[in-house]
Design a protein around this ligand. Sequence first.
Ligand code: ADP
Ligand code: ASP
Ligand code: MG
Length: 401
Amino acid sequence: MRVVLKYGGSSVATIEKIKAIAEYIVNLKKTKYNEIIVVASAMGKTTNALIAMAKEISDSPNQRELDSLLSTGEQQTVSLLSMAINSLGQKAVSLTGYQANVKTVGVHTKSKIKNIDTEKIEEYLKDNNVVIVAGFQGINDHGDITTLGRGGSDTSAVALAASLKCECRIYTDVEGIYSVDPRLYKNAKFLDKISYEEMMEMANLGAGVMETRAVEIGKKYNIPIFVGKTLSETGGTWIMDMNDVLEDKLVTGISITKEIIVTTLSNINYSSEKIAKIFTIINEVGLNINMISQNVSNDNKAKISFSCVEGEKYLLDQAIERIKMELPCIELGYNDNLSMISIVGVGMINNSGVSGKFFSALSRAGINFYQVTTSEISVSCSIERKDINKAVEVVAEEFNL
Ligand code: ADP
Ligand code: ASP
Ligand code: MG
């Protein structure tokens, strides 16, 4: 049997931890899986440290060079893990994204996997090696090293499982998926299964435990994804098809995006072309925006607000520069004291009144909310950052999460 195992940053943070994982893998190869592919992240907070170094040189470092730099974090881990496995007498080989033929498209620092040519991996497997692939990285059509966006090793793992036609096990520092981040809310309920749709929405709205794109690939290729605690034999959550998750719940989980920026553009003489132009520019620079509101006053002046995550401020700055060139009279305002709280659940599809309960719970706790957005299976709003803990508590109680 074949499996892809993925180990996140905190699981490989020290040499001791890497050695313990090596022992576990060697044992697993003897007892359960004859073909093992491992995807590893950078050790501990290495990626943050590399970004900080780049920022010491420039506020907006060259993105191609940043990708080369960031990819070194994962390269360290895979080499060390391979050495550790080899030293236990089991053959292992480490591969960078380039060596593993992970082909990507799109802009630097948030590229997408286009395909993986697995021929070489298959050869190593046939030769009885544990194959260890550096997560979070690939190579584009120019032959340049790219990275997949923060948390992207999950995506590398699921994409490899899809290409190698096997199950994917994501190992991290919590028992699995909970209704709310257990570090934010200690009474969060453990979920032994969750649908791809709900996990995708929760991830997209801030639940950092899985990367959105990883779940998207899992759904597309029907790869069951297991999320569990590193070296633990208990617990674990299966992310799977909605039809296999029979839950009679209105809301499944709460997601938080702690650091958002709400940008307000005002003093625009309204015309639909101008508004369309603004959003075209936002799209062209690759900025992801969440909540949008538009207001046109009687004197035909338009005001637009939209939110993005603080981590994409550099893209926001690029977009604003270009918008100012198109519309020089525009007035700008920023609010960076806000967070976004969202409720997610497929149960919302056939039930009304969920947003009413959500907003009433916030309002009873004296919490103001501002921009609002909804999808078929989620409701989100912005709140003051200082209110996060209280908001999570009252909303979790309201929906029994
Ligand atoms: P890794 O380095 O293993 O990829 P991450 O830090 O990316 O680990 O993801 C694990 C973290 O995700 C947990 O420590 C937890 O705080 C956080 N998290 C956020 N939302 C959830 C959730 N709904 N269930 C479980 N963990 C969550
Ligand atoms: N090392 C990368 C990050 O910190 C990728 C990952 O951990 O998944 O974002
Ligand atoms: Mg992660």
